[in-house]
Design a protein around this ligand. Structure first.
Ligand code: NAD
Length: 291
């Protein structure tokens, strides 16, 4: 079996895959690959699948499958797997990191000191304690964020179109959440329903000065509408790990917008998570790979 490691995984993975055959990261070998391992970078489009006639299995290390043409893969008899549970804690911790860093002015504090300034008077912080956090999407990651935010003494609300019970937070309608939340964190997948869901209309229903965190998918937000809301002060800050495209083009309105705090899509990139993903890939190949 030939396994093409097309994106970044834990360095221990190639050695572990030897038990199943040949493992390579040479993308020129796609035409003869039987298994392709991807994260979010490789796009398994119709053309990609067509250029891999020997392909039997795609494994996406991570959650979102929006970079795989699932219908076409099925049509071509290619099995597609992901590792949905592995990344929840890693992404939830990054959402919390944005949630803590922004109101605590961590990045401005660091940057101003690096620039030789002492902005002690200017940098007034805001506490999370007794503030309201609104989670849009209460699945695995949203649920982990809810537990952590509760530990900070936050009041946690959640809106999820497909969930009707919650343990660590209160389920509310989307309008209630938008009206009450001081902080909003996005945790839905990218679907036809959620694409561009956070637009000028929804932003208009949020509290003035709301802080938005996005570790879900960039395309869930209309970036131009958000940039306008950041410029006008309706949204006080945006902390994001995800982009309309990875990396964002220089023309992205968010790169030049004020009060945007950014990470380069590293939600799932903890060392621990990459090891967990490696374990699941090995288990999937043992079960489905015909060793
Ligand atoms: P999940 O499937 O467990 O949870 C998603 C939740 O969103 C579900 O409860 C679902 O009912 C809800 N939802 C779907 N459509 C909705 C809608 N229209 N309105 C409201 N809620 C809706 O998935 P998860 O493991 O929690 O992951 C969530 C998303 O996080 C993934 O789909 C992926 O896009 C993103 N993600 C990002 C990173 C990163 O590196 N930043 C890593 C992993 C996952």
């Amino acid at each position: 079996m030939k396994i093409l490691i097309s994106d970044a995984f834990d360095p221990s993975l190639p050695e572990r895959l030897k038990a199943f055959g040949e493992a390579t990261d040479d993308k020129n070998q796609l035409p003869t690959a039987n298994v392709v391992l991807i994260r979010s970078k490789t796009k398994c489009t119709k053309e990609y699948i067509d250029s891999a006639p020997e392909l039997k299995i795609i494994i996406r290390g991570g959650v979102g499958l929006d970079n795989v043409d699932l219908d076409y893969a099925k049509q071509k008899g290619v099995q597609v797997f992901n590792t949905p549970a592995a990344s929840s804690v890693a992404v939830a911790e990054l959402a919390m990191a944005h949630l803590v860093a922004i109101p605590n002015r961590l990045i401005e504090g660091h940057m101003t000191m690096k620039a030789g300034q002492w902005a002690k008077k200017e940098l007034k912080r805001t506490e999370l304690y007794q503030k309201t956090l609104g989670l849009i999407g209460l699945g695995r990651i949203g649920g982990e964020v809810a537990k952590r935010a509760k530990a900070f003494g936050m009041h946690v609300l959640a809106y999820d179109k497909y969930v009707d019970r919650a343990d660590a937070c209160e389920l509310v309608s989307l309008d209630e959440l938008l009206a009450q939340a001081d902080f909003i964190s996005l945790h839905t997948p990218l679907t036809e329903e959620t694409r561009g869901m956070i637009n000028a209309g929804l932003i208009g229903k949020m509290k003035d000065g709301v802080i938005l965190i996005n570790t879900g998918r960039g395309k869930v937000i209309n970036e131009a509408d958000l940039a306008a809301a950041l410029a006008g002060g309706k949204v006080r800050a945006y902390g994001t790990d995800v982009w309309e495209s990875d990396p964002p083009p220089e023309s992205s309105p968010l790169l030049s917008a004020p009060n945007v705090f950014m990470t380069p899509h590293i939600g799932a990139s903890s060392k621990e998570n990459l090891l967990r993903i490696g374990d699941i890939i090995v288990a999937l190949l043992e079960e489905h790979g015909g060793k």
